[in-house]
Design a protein around this ligand. Structure first.
Ligand code: SF4
Length: 219
């Protein structure tokens, strides 16, 4: 039996998120991105596949969001060369794939935080993802769940450093203090994943696409 208070709450939350999402997409377009709002992950997947030209090779950064969408597998099935490990590769082969991704025609990247003003904040351990999204591939496609939306740059950096990084270290079962405690110790661990912090203020000279998904994705 439906509960009117529950339904009203759900509707207001949905409307709130949609209005915010539409506003940030408008900001991103103003900043030079080919940005669009996808209502759900299926719509996001279709949008990404439409944005990858036939025959293009594709690089990608490590991303739970990309994994949830199944986009790399969909691209492989469509015949694209994807410079990303399938699992089981040697460390040397993984490094070779990361280098190949830097020179790919298209690069796919998740997002650690997005501000309401349309600034993208990403934090890397090795730096291959943030490097490729700054220079190299002719087309970059960012994909971001609505849960990454932050009020401003300060709260975005806090989200990235104090939530996303420890949570990803836990997901990857890294030998870092945050993976054991759930919070950042600003460590010097060999597998520290917080080494390169990049803020994208504008799209710049790369052709940058942005797919904002109106549902929670990634960490
Ligand atoms: S600096 Fe170290 S402890 Fe902090 S989130 Fe990054 S890896 Fe974890």
């Amino acid at each position: 039996m439906s509960n009117p208070a529950e339904e009203l709450t759900r509707r207001v939350i949905d409307d709130y998120h949609r209005l915010n999402a539409e506003a940030v997409v408008a900001q991103l377009i103003g900043h030079g991105y080919r940005a669009a709002l996808a209502e759900d992950r299926q719509a996001a997947l279709e949008r990404i596949l439409e944005s990858v030209p036939a025959g293009a090779d594709v690089g990608a950064g490590g991303s739970l969001t990309l994994g949830q969408l199944g986009v790399l597998e969909a691209l492989r099935q469509r015949g694209h060369e994807v410079h990303y490990p399938r699992g089981g590769e040697s460390p040397e082969e993984k490094l070779r794939l990361r280098h190949a991704g830097l020179a790919a025609r298209v690069y796919l990247s998740g997002v650690n935080a997005l501000t309401k003003d349309g600034e993208i904040v990403n934090l890397d351990g090795m730096g291959n993802r943030v490097a490729a999204t700054c220079f190299g591939p002719e087309r970059v496609i960012f994909v971001c769940g609505i849960n990454k939306l932050c009020e401003d740059l300060e709260s975005a950096v806090v989200r990235v450093r104090e939530y996303a990084a420890p949570a990803n270290a836990m997901r990857l079962e890294l030998d870092t203090p945050c993976a054991a405690t759930g919070f950042c110790h600003d460590c010097d661990a060999a597998r520290r994943i917080c080494n390169r912090l990049v803020i994208h203020l504008r799209a710049g000279r790369q052709e940058c696409h942005f797919v904002l998904v109106n549902e929670d994705l990634g960490l």
